[in-house]
Design a protein around this ligand. Structure first.
Ligand code: HPA
Length: 271
């Protein structure tokens, strides 16, 4: 079966469970899945129920597509994402983005937990992505199927309007919001201090193991994109300590309330 048909079958299944077309898609990264509980009149669909969907495996990633309302906006929320390090192909990782676009979203909000490469950042800060560096070694647009444009422009892929709206919203909330460049690495091991030094030289402010494949596909689909990272730890070698997934999840837990207030206002009033 060609991928276009697989996308249509998955979208039809979701439409049977939630008839209203969502306007905004959100991908919840590590530790962000609490946001799904914030939706009103929501319907959760397990990934494993949806035809052709991959299934997520990592701790802290629930694996549900949740449709519901935030204010007057209808959202399609991915509670749990797929990572390259789990062994999926780039096409698998980005399949849900194509399904959400087929359902009707025009805006995609991508969230993630990231390591702080920029020494001016602190753990618990949030960062709006203004650009990224793809160190994954591949692209989800590689392959025989083109899905439209082959050579997709990546200039200004993180919407200036959306970033401005986010910065404005942050003023009403007790959060520190920077703007920065996200470097995506393969993982699943954290980086070495030497690799982090290299990334800083390359111009990265943050490092993480996700987001970039979804953003590339969203860009091909001409969605407006907003990327938000939570600095869950300082990257390797910045502080005199080792890194752990436990620290990443712990920081997310501590900052979730602040994030919910901010993202709720942003989505319901500004996007
Ligand atoms: N490196 C890579 N990915 C991450 C990190 C990190 O330090 N923290 C959270 N995700």
């Amino acid at each position: 079966m060609d991928t276009e048909k697989k996308i249509q079958d998955a979208a039809s299944y979701v439409r049977e469970k939630y008839a209203t077309p969502p306007q905004i898609g959100i991908i919840l990264g590590s530790g962000f899945s609490f946001f799904q509980e914030h939706l009103q009149n929501s319907t959760a669909i397990a990934y494993k129920e949806i035809p052709n969907f991959p299934v997520s495996t990592v701790e802290g990633h629930a694996g549900n597509l949740v449709l519901g309302k935030c204010g007057e906006k209808h959202l399609c929320v991915m509670a749990g994402r797929f990572h390259y390090y789990e062994g999926y192909s780039m096409q698998d990782i980005t399949f849900p983005v194509r399904v959400m676009a087929s359902l009707g979203i025009k805006t995609l909000v991508v969230t993630n937990a990231a390591g702080g490469v920029n020494k001016a950042y602190d753990v618990g800060n949030f960062v709006l992505l203004k650009d990224h560096i793809n160190l994954l070694g591949s692209s989800p647009l590689r392959g025989k199927e083109t899905f439209g444009q082959r050579f997709v422009d990546m200039t200004r892929c993180y919407s200036g309007d959306l970033r401005e709206a986010a910065l404005e919203t942050a003023k009403n909330h007790d959060i520190i919001l920077h703007e920065g460049v996200y470097a995506a690495t393969h993982g699943p091991n954290f980086e070495t201090p030497a690799e982090i030094k290299m990334m800083r030289v390359l111009g990265a402010d943050l490092v993480g193991m996700s987001t970039v494949p979804e953003v590339i596909v969203a860009r091909q689909l001409q969605l407006k994109i907003l990327g938000i990272s939570c600095v869950t730890n300082m990257a390797a070698g910045v502080l005199d300590q080792e890194l752990s997934h436990h620290e990443v999840m712990d920081t997310m837990d501590k900052n979730r309330q602040k994030f919910v207030g901010f993202i709720d206002e942003l989505i319901s009033q500004k996007l």
